[in-house]
Design a protein. Sequence first.
Length: 249
Amino acid sequence: MIIVKSPREIGLIREAARVVAVALEEIREYIVPGVSTQALNDKIDEIVRREGAFPGELGYYGYPASVCASVNECILHGIPSKKKILHDGDIITLDLVAKKDGYCGDAARTYCVGICGERQKRMIAIAEECFYNAMSLVKPGVRVGDISHAIEETAKKHGCSVPREYTGHGIGRDMHEDPSIPCYGKPGTGPELREGMTICVEPMILEGKPNVRVLGDGWTVLAKDGKLTSHYENTLVVTADGCEILSKL
C-alpha cells in the first residue's frame, strides 16, 4: 500500500524526527565506559519528553523501555538494563522513535564506547555507507527493491551480511507503516516510491553470517555467530527530485 503524506503531515513528522535527532545527538556525551544501558534509556526518555514528545517504543506490543539499546552482537531490540554495563571498546546501537502531535519520527545510530578498535569503527562506517548508498537512489519512480539491493550489495562488498527477518518501513501516525523496506532485494521490484512518502531506510549489518536468534524475552535479537553488528537509520521524505533526511540535525 502506498501512503502519501500531505504537507501538514510531513511537517508533523519532521518535528517528531527532529526530537529523535536531538536525543541521539545529546546522548553521545553519556555513552562512556561504566554507564548502564538503563541509564542511557532514562536520559533519552528525559530528552524526548523535554521536547514535548513521547517515546514511541515504550509499551509498543509490550516493549518495556523508551529506546532499543543493542550492544555488540545484539543487532536489534536490546532491552535496557541496570545490569548491562558498557565497557571500553564496545559498540552500542540506540534505535529511537519519538511521537509528537500524533506523528512519529525514527532513527538509529551505532556509537563507539570509549576507545574502539578499527574493527568496531569499520562496522559503524559500513552501516552508514549502506544507508547513504541506498538514500542516493531515493526519488519518485524508484522501486523499493532498488533501495534494498543497494544496501545488500554494499554490505557484501565489505564481506558482511544483512538479516532477512527485519526491515525498514514507512512511517507516519504509526511507527511501522507500508511499505516494508528490506535490507536485501532485487532491482526493479517492489512498490514504487512517490513524492510525499515518508520512509525509514535502516541498514542492519552483520559482520558474519546473516543468521540471528531471539532471546527468551521475545525481543533481543543476536547474531547467531556472536560477531559484531551495526545499524544506521533515518526518516526520509521523498521529494520531487530526490529525498530529504528529517531525522538529522
